[in-house]
Write a protein that binds this ligand. Sequence first.
Ligand SMILES: *[C@@H]1O[C@H](CO)[C@@H](O)[C@H](O)[C@H]1NC(C)=O
Ligand SMILES: *[C@@H]1O[C@H](CO)[C@@H](O)[C@H](O)[C@H]1NC(C)=O
Ligand SMILES: *[C@@H]1O[C@H](CO)[C@@H](O)[C@H](O)[C@H]1NC(C)=O
Ligand SMILES: *[C@@H]1O[C@H](CO)[C@@H](O)[C@H](O)[C@H]1NC(C)=O
Length: 512
Amino acid sequence: MEMNETARFKLLLAFMTMFIAVCYPVVKLYLETYLDNLSEKTIIKSNLSSDSIESEIIKAWNKLLKKPERKNIKIAIGMNTNVDLIISGTEFFKKLKLNEPNGIKNHEMIENLKQFKECFMHFFRRGSAAERFFTNSGDFEKVLELVTGLKQQWFIGGNAALMAQGISKRFIDAEILLIGPVGPKLKELLSNNVRVLDDTFIEKDEVHLILEYEAKETFENIQTPQANRFIVSYDVKNSRMELIDEFFNITSIQKPDITIISGLHLLETQNSSYRSETLKKLTNQLKNRLEKKMVHLELGSISEKFLMSTILNSGLLNEINSLGLNEQELLFLAYASEKAPHSNYYMESSGALEYIKIVDILEWILSTYGSKANSKSQFSRIHFHYLKFHIIAENGAGEWSNSISSLVSGSKIAAKQACGFDFDDLSNEVALEDFVEMKIPYEVDENKNIFLKMDQENAFKFNASEPVIQFQRGNIQFYFTPTLVCKKPLKTVGLGDAISSNGILYTEFRKI
Ligand SMILES: *[C@@H]1O[C@H](CO)[C@@H](O)[C@H](O)[C@H]1NC(C)=O
Ligand SMILES: *[C@@H]1O[C@H](CO)[C@@H](O)[C@H](O)[C@H]1NC(C)=O
Ligand SMILES: *[C@@H]1O[C@H](CO)[C@@H](O)[C@H](O)[C@H]1NC(C)=O
Ligand SMILES: *[C@@H]1O[C@H](CO)[C@@H](O)[C@H](O)[C@H]1NC(C)=O
């Protein structure tokens, strides 16, 4: 039977997605998103006016963006921090010179150098991304020693550190406290206005080693089909969330206005009793804090159903005010809950997401875990970020304001940062419109009006000069805006962190 190109591509994509979901415990954020995006038919660009729709959206966003009045806000951010060290994978294994016969084999955990090489070769041969953990520090230390002398690139890593760094650039008067394991190299990479207390300083950085390779590179007679990266670490402090008590000891003294928490996804490497104890500890610490100021949780890429359901059952969501997540995380949350509407959408969806389903799930999360359902719950806001559009959903009587700016600040930074443009520099925005495109799904009527179907009853007319759509369902207020997708993304690591932290810094909350 002949398969056409699209069908074949979809099958390949479905297989790849399944493969990623089943085989890799932690996949770097947004990688899948960009892969997924390739499978879709390119949407026909509308040509409503001489101005491109993208430039109209950017101009309209700028009119809507308004920073809150407050000054000198105090923010605490934790808990996953590390350095990403990028080297060439093939250079490294040339230097390693293992005398053992060449094996190619997948390993869930890496116990020694032989397994390291076998596992690297396994993914190198396929050209697919993977992340693995060393089970002992000794061998990982040996690896780091070997790396000296190779060409190296160092970057800030870990969601918390990336958020702290981003905020320090865009909110110069904010007082930022980063609470996570920070070593000398990370300290050197962070801006001066990111404060790190001596209590959380560590002698040796937590290094995530990223072995990159180019398309068609050859090593020991194996050629890789495409460029990709293999990530290894022995990162106990982050994956066990060892700094929880420290974090709350510090925040109880420092009394931040905003607390941002990330790194829960790393618990995937831990056994189930450890996970539930840690989540219980985190939930209790949040519950017992004296100063009930704002807490935002950035969920992170979780692909293990059991961890997600442990999080949902832990009561943690009742203790936060705001939640940030992307499409993988939202659909996976619905899937793991087994109760949410469209809980099988995670397994079924390919290509463009349907607005109605996303809105249904957001509504379900807020009405199930939010303050309306449970009077003790603090939870009343979700910032959903997807490659093509963002939605903020809020409930609660006027707890939140400046929500449109919050939403727009996230969408705009997604477009600009992915393309390598500075967020606050307006002079680069004339060029920007050539680098980005609007890719939201829509319907067009006979008059070339664009319609978005957000609800069973309601289709909203989309006007690029007024790019934020607002609507209400029950007690929940929704804000929608497209994102502009970077055509040739330079940097997608940390994009979700930038979106959510911008959103939080632009929002106004009664308790700040
Ligand atoms: C879009 O508009 C421009 C300028 O008005 C015009 O030159 C171009 O042909 C139009 N493209 C399409 C596909 O209609
Ligand atoms: C946190 O503070 C408590 C009370 O002061 C102390 O007993 C505990 O050792 C501290 N924990 C950490 C991890 O610093
Ligand atoms: C679970 O993991 C923790 C920390 O990694 C360890 O201390 C504990 O012994 C493990 N428990 C079981 C039952 O394996
Ligand atoms: C779109 O919004 C602009 C700005 O508010 C307005 O001037 C224009 O008439 C609107 N266009 C349509 C087709 O509704």
